[in-house]
Design a protein around this ligand. Structure first.
Ligand SMILES: [Zn+2]
Length: 211
């Protein structure tokens, strides 16, 4: 996960991702997508390129370099060592409400002939319940166990926990899911944060490739 000081909208998305890949010393054909806070996950080919409007990329090609951008949303890194397949998911609250993590596991099972128990998953740094206040209408779409209600009646959402519930519900083993302890919103030295800086926030570029 590499910080980019600029927003990654529009035409320079590819070049910013390419720069991040160079900094991370990762080569490959870059796949990226127009993130639309959906539950849509697609398989990408070895040639890379624009995967269109979706929020999750899957591949079993060693040539493909998957990329997404986040600023508070949960980046979900998925790997199947046995079948040599990977998935990279952008899970904001809307995508999480659309069960994108569960969808990613199901599609990896279908496309790559694997089972959820074979998967290893890492949930990258994201906004945590310390900072992620949501309105009652958003809170209504999530599990009670992922919500904290403050004494003033404000709701705080645990977005990575909701994704963990989906992954485990889809059959991923609990001990094979790692979760970053870092909150992007209260770690300004390390991460960009949409909640902290608003629309003009930089983005974190996440990259994933088969070794
Ligand atoms: Zn925080």
């Amino acid at each position: 996960m590499i910080p980019s000081s600029r927003q990654t909208a529009g035409g320079d998305l590819f070049s910013l991702t390419e720069t991040a890949a160079k900094r991370a010393k990762l080569s490959g054909n870059i796949s990226y997508c127009s993130q639309v806070h959906s539950g849509t996950v697609v398989q990408v080919l070895s040639s890379g390129g624009d995967a269109g409007k979706c929020d999750g990329l899957l591949t079993d090609s060693p040539e493909a370099l998957l990329s997404i951008r986040v600023a508070d949303c949960v980046p979900v890194f998925i790997h199947c060592p046995e079948k040599r397949a990977i998935g990279l998911i952008h899970a904001g609250w809307r995508g999480t409400a659309a069960e994108i993590s569960q969808e990613a596991v199901r599609k990896m099972e279908t496309f790559f002939g694997l089972h959820a128990e074979m998967l290893e998953v890492a949930l990258g740094p994201s906004i945590k319940p310390c900072c992620f206040e949501v309105g009652a209408e958003v809170a209504d779409t999530f599990s009670k166990e992922c919500l904290t209600l403050s004494t003033e009646g404000r709701y705080f959402l645990d977005l990575p926990q909701q994704n963990r519930i989906q992954l485990e519900g889809a059959g991923v083993q609990q001990e094979r899911i790692a979760d970053s302890p870092d909150c992007t919103c209260c770690s300004p030295q390390m991460f960009h944060s949409y909640r902290r800086h608003g629309e003009k926030s930089g983005r974190m570029i996440c990259l994933l490739k088969l070794a």
